[in-house]
Design a binder for this molecule. Structure first.
Ligand SMILES: Cc1cc2nc3c(=O)[nH]c(=O)nc-3n(C[C@H](O)[C@H](O)[C@H](O)COP(=O)(O)OP(=O)(O)OC[C@H]3O[C@@H](n4cnc5c(N)ncnc54)[C@H](O)[C@@H]3O)c2cc1C
Length: 286
């Protein structure tokens, strides 16, 4: 049993029955075949920065992709560069790699924690940049253990969503970045990072935005105007810096988090007639 609170940015979550970190594609494939044959449930984990794991923990096996962290330039012309990246790579390592080489396209993703795999599955984005915009293809192991490459156009991406299924394992991706100067990419990246630092409590344990922004509106503003800024249930607090971030003030539990979330959503619906939709994913058993 491995406490999932050790593997989530919220530092909340009961134990996973089994926690594994495969070191190679072959061991991942063998394990996947075995899990499927034995009907053992599994959960693919990236950086754990967009999930709330319930207090009862996770049934079956949590698969960490942390060992899959290769970044490699595949081809390069005067204008563009094609980069291969494995899903366990930290998104910020990829952002820094782009910055150091003067490759443009990821500047707005500066400061978003977690892995490249999680960023693709949830189409992470900020400041008008989205992961899907640089993606050219992905390699996925499907529920039958078949490994296949898909063009980015074959995956449906939406606002913080993709059509990648919960029982599919994303393995790697290719992205296309535009050649620019290091100074230009660096200046843009720094600027977005500064804006993010000003608006969000990046230093406190959270899972980022709890709710998606409803069309044309900001979830944080609605929560704020509904009177929840700084409100607390147990050790979970609505951030006083950004009301769509809920903070673990020390000993927070998933059930307190869910109670606060439901209270906020209920009040926002009552007050503004807007049904907030979750951005974070709630996983695990009660
Ligand atoms: C302080 C803070 C700021 C944030 N700011 C932003 C922001 O500006 N924009 C934004 O979009 N998000 C933001 N987030 C949310 C989060 O960081 C992103 O959604 C991130 O891309 C999630 O990546 P992860 O690796 O942590 O995914 P996880 O939380 O580990 O997983 C998310 C989902 O992806 C699935 N998954 C992960 N890897 C794989 C894989 N290899 N194969 C199959 N499925 C997989 C998981 O099963 C899960 O369903 C923020 C979070 C924090 C804590």
């Amino acid at each position: 049993m491995e406490p999932m609170s050790n593997h989530t940015s919220l530092r909340i979550g009961g134990p996973a029955d089994v926690f594994v970190m495969p070191q190679s594609l072959l061991s991942l494939k063998n394990m996947h075949v075995h899990l499927k044959k034995s009907q053992i449930p599994f959960f693919p984990l990236g950086g754990g920065t967009n999930i709330l794991v319930r207090d009862g923990g996770i049934d079956g096996v949590v698969i960490s992709f942390r060992s899959f962290k290769k970044i490699e330039v595949l081809s390069d012309d005067n204008t563009y560069v094609d980069v291969f990246v494995e899903v366990g790579t930290l998104l910020q390592r990829l952002v820094n790699f782009s910055l150091e080489n003067g490759y443009a396209g990821l500047e707005g993703l500066a400061g978003i924690p977690g892995s490249v795999g999680g960023a693709i599955c949830g189409n992470a984005g900020a400041f008008g940049y989205e992961m899907k915009d640089v993606l050219t293809s992905v390699v996925i192991m499907d529920a039958k253990g078949v490994i296949e490459r898909f063009k980015a156009e074959e995956i449906d991406f939406g606002y913080r969503s993709s059509s990648i299924l919960p029982d599919e394992l994303l393995l790697s991706a290719e992205i296309k970045l535009k050649k620019d100067t290091k100074e230009e990419v660096s200046a843009k990246t720094e600027n977005f990072l500064r804006m993010k630092r000003e608006k969000q409590p990046l230093w406190e344990p959270s899972a980022g935005s709890v709710f998606k922004n409803p069309p044309g509106l900001f979830a944080g503003k609605l929560i704020d105007e509904a009177g929840f800024k700084g409100m607390r249930i147990g050790d979970v607090e609505v951030s006083s810096i950004h009301s769509n971030f809920f903070i673990n003030k020390g000993g927070a539990t998933a059930s307190d988090f869910i109670r606060l979330m439901e209270k906020v959503a209920h009040k926002v619906k009552e007050r503004f007639g807007v049904m907030l939709e979750l951005e974070i994913k709630i996983v695990g058993r009660e």
